[in-house]
Write a protein that binds this ligand. Structure first.
Ligand SMILES: Nc1ncnc2c1ncn2[C@@H]1O[C@H](COP(=O)(O)OP(=O)(O)OP(=O)(O)O)[C@@H](O)[C@H]1O
Length: 250
């Protein structure tokens, strides 16, 4: 059972205003592997602190686009550029990536990497565990936590980073309804604190709950990037219409 998230604001230093999160531009950015175009030349901009949901069938290129955005991959041609200084970013994966140590030590390690003074680390880590309903599991090895608990721990770690941009790659696909709710609440709280959200999901209902805008991909192409309401009410492409009806397999 997941308790609702405790309200705890980021410190003022960690708050972002619409104008302070720099835009990210894809300029004719493509990605090829062994002669196959996995992302056709793509031009788009992510700006403000929107919640952008990337949708599309399996293999459409959603994770690829996100990895290019986060800088984990470089485009084969074109550019992926921040307007100004690249902001603090965090990424949450479908399968949580945690160190072989206790829950609290995973957070303390992340703070050490950020060079937070040693004397402040434990209190900050405890606050984050408390916020994500994990205080009673602080000493438990992170890797034996349940899937939902592990995902909340990765969100707690991201929270400590105070990212201007948070990328989430299918963060709820392996979770039960209560854990999904907890993750969605966390996503919204990041959003309320001025973090831009970029997230992939296969869950249309989740996308409707969370999205400000939708990026729809099909076969390595971004077919639509529109406000969420327009995407769900009047999708422009036949592929998106089929996808929303549950008829587009790939
Ligand atoms: N780094 C990479 N090198 C080579 N091929 C890749 C790489 N990343 C992804 N691919 C390939 O690109 C295609 C798109 O993969 P991607 O993971 O982006 O799809 P997706 O839309 O996220 O799919 P799913 O919904 O199944 O997670 C796939 O055919 C995949 O095998």
């Amino acid at each position: 059972m997941n308790a609702p998230l405790k309200t705890l604001s980021h410190s003022p230093v960690g708050q972002h205003s619409l104008s302070s999160v720099p835009a990210l531009h894809f300029q004719q950015a493509s990605f090829e592997h062994r002669g196959h175009a996995l992302l056709t030349p793509t031009t788009l901009t992510l700006s403000g602190c929107q919640r952008t949901l990337i949708m599309g069938p399996n293999g459409a290129g959603k994770s690829l686009l996100m990895r290019l955005a986060h800088g984990l991959l470089r485009p084969s041609s074109g550019h992926v550029r921040w307007e100004g200084t690249p902001p603090v970013q965090a990424m949450v994966f479908q399968r949580p990536v945690l160190l072989r140590r206790s829950a609290i030590d995973n957070l303390i390690y992340a703070l050490a990497v950020q060079r937070v003074p040693r004397r402040e680390r434990k209190a900050l880590a405890l606050q984050a565990l408390e916020k994500f309903g994990l205080a009673s599991l602080a000493k438990r090895p992170a890797r034996v936590l349940s899937g939902g608990e592990q995902q909340r721990l990765t969100l707690a770690r991201a929270w400590l980073l105070k990212p201007a941009v948070l990328f989430l790659d299918e963060p709820t696909s392996a979770l039960d309804p209560a854990a999904i709710k907890a993750v969605e609440e966390a996503v919204n709280e990041f959003h309320h604190n001025g973090t831009r959200i970029v997230m992939t999901t296969h869950d249309l209902h989740q996308a409707k709950r969370l999205a400000d805008d939708v990026l729809f991909m099909y076969s390595g192409q971004v077919l639509e990037h529109t406000p969420a309401e327009r995407f769900f009410d009047t999708p422009a492409s036949s592929q998106a219409r089929a996808f929303i009806r549950g008829e587009l397999v790939w």
